[in-house]
Design a protein around this ligand. Structure first.
Ligand code: FAD
Length: 456
């Protein structure tokens, strides 16, 4: 007999991108709506996808109170973590020893990282920024004259490394330092080849203009003294190397896991062989580990959970569309590609103007507008993320004008002594541009201090 709607219990393990998107999607798609509990060990949701900007003092990592985000979306936060799944009984056991019954369980526990290129700085995001900053400082102080960025052969989502290389080049250009060498080594046949040939050409041109030497189609082999050895036997002279890690999922007792711990599912993300259990995000089998895709998987799982509650509801399988907002040092560059089509250029787009709205770094259908509303303190319900026509009216120039207007608004309000509104304008500009120019990051600090002083 089906579980009555009001008694249907959904448990989400993980309070990251897939977990929050899953919560928002279930509240949107499921009749009822059901009771949703989010099991997550932390109290904060941070936008780590912007971590690459931090070593260059561009903007700041947005941080949100996780419990408030969960409660604002109609869920309940259980501050604990998943230790075991007893699928036959539909019970999840937590690290604190609680036994939580569920009708549907969404595993959204993400993945851990492991060094893939010994001797290199392994770039894990926020936790690695001190080391990256030190490497940049070493360039600035003439202690080294070359820096390599390496994408190991097994890594499929390489965007953060392209961003670091472009931001490092922009930083050197800003300080008028022309004598340094930057190299990007990637096993991809073309730069960011997942996005199609046209996007690769654009990325190649961006690297070229920035003065980053590209070595595509060859994997890094090992870091040697003063250099990086490549799989084809060549060697690049670079005194320090930054590389992306490989990902893996820790064992979860009761859950079948494949190589590197990844969890197998069908296309609505139902875990192979386990009744009522779904998996979305970096922990799932799909080889490209990316926030936008994690959110799409969570949406697919939410649709299947909604269909378990209401047989009339439609299951919407995972149909991957990659959306990337690449930080370049002179505004983001937007890339979009549907992955299912044999011709990568079919329906692909690349533009300096946003290709989706809101123009978030993590393009989650429900998460992006939810976070945008929180960041700008409007907290207004907004429509789900939608794609924009690259030929449409919101061109790159109009977009630049909107950002310039927001920054001018901030300056005007600050000059009039209204620092609260000035900060709101900065939040708008940051949402449009993803980062703030360095001078506005400084102004934000000053205006926050002024606001704090006024409150005393
Ligand atoms: C530096 C960097 C830049 C990136 N840039 C981009 C980008 O520009 N665009 C993009 O789309 N993606 C980007 N990504 C990838 C993106 O961040 C991930 O793909 C995405 O966060 C995966 O979402 P997830 O929910 O699966 O995992 P996460 O977001 O990592 O969340 C996993 C959650 O599960 C929790 N958890 C772990 N174990 C347990 C447990 N046992 N029980 C309960 N909870 C648990 C964790 O605490 C965490 O809250 C970037 C990643 C990095 C590191």
């Amino acid at each position: 007999m089906p579980t009555p709607i009001d008694a249907f219990r959904v448990l989400i393990a993980g309070g990251g991108v897939a977990g929050l998107e899953g919560l928002l999607a279930i509240r949107e798609l499921a009749a009822g709506p059901p009771h949703v509990e989010v099991l997550a060990p932390e109290t904060e949701f941070s936008y780590r996808q912007l971590a690459v900007a931090e070593p260059f003092s561009l903007g700041e990592i947005a941080r949100f109170d996780l419990t408030e985000l969960i409660e604002g979306a109609g869920g309940v936060h259980r501050l604990d973590s998943l230790a075991e799944v007893r699928a036959a009984e539909q019970v999840a056991v937590t690290a604190a020893g609680a036994e939580v019954s569920y009708d549907a369980l969404l595993l959204a526990v993400g993945a851990g990282s492991r060094e893939a290129l010994p001797g290199a700085i392994t770039y894990r995001g926020l936790a690695s920024n001190t080391e990256v900053h030190e490497a940049i400082l070493a360039l600035d102080r003439e202690q080294i004259s070359s820096l390599g960025f390496a994408v190991p052969a097994t890594v499929r989502w390489a965007l953060p490394l392209y961003e670091l290389a472009l931001l490092a080049a922009a930083h050197l250009a800003d300080i008028g330092d022309a004598g340094k060498e930057l190299h990007l080594v990637t096993a991809e046949p073309q730069p960011l080849a997942l996005f199609g040939a046209r996007a690769s050409q654009t990325v190649r041109a961006l690297l070229d203009e920035a003065g980053v030497s590209l070595h595509a189609g060859v994997a890094p082999a090992r870091v040697e003294l003063g250099g990086l050895a490549l799989m084809n036997g060549e060697r690049i002279e670079c005194e320090r190397v930054i590389a992306l890690p490989e990902l893996e999922v820790r064992p979860i007792p009761g859950v079948p896991q494949g190589p590197h711990g990844f969890i197998g599912t069908d296309m609505v993300m139902r875990v192979d062989g386990l009744r009522g259990v779904f998996c979305a995000g970096d922990a799932a089998w799909f080889p490209i580990k990316q926030g936008g895709l994690a959110a799409q998987q969570a949406d697919a799982a939410a649709s299947a959970i909604a269909a378990e509650i209401d047989p009339e509801a439609e299951e919407r399988p995972f149909r991957p569309v990659l959306r990337a907002a690449m930080l370049t040092g002179s505004g983001p560059h937007y890339l979009r590609a549907a992955l299912g089509h044999p011709d990568r250029d079919h329906d692909a787009a690349s533009s300096a103007a946003p290709l989706w709205w809101p123009p978030a770094k993590v393009a989650g259908r429900y998460l992006a507008p939810y976070i945008a509303a929180r960041a700008s303190e409007t907290n207004q319900p907004s429509p789900p993320l939608g794609d924009l026509d690259p030929e449409g009216p919101r061109g790159a120039e109009e977009h630049r004008e909107a950002i310039a207007m927001a920054l001018a608004g901030a300056d005007a309000d600050a000059a009039a002594g209204d620092h609260r509104n000035a900060l709101r304008w900065l939040a708008v500009a940051e949402q449009l541009e993803l980062t703030l120019p360095a001078e506005y990051s400084l102004k934000r600090e000053q205006w926050r201090r002024a606001l704090g002083d006024a409150a005393c």
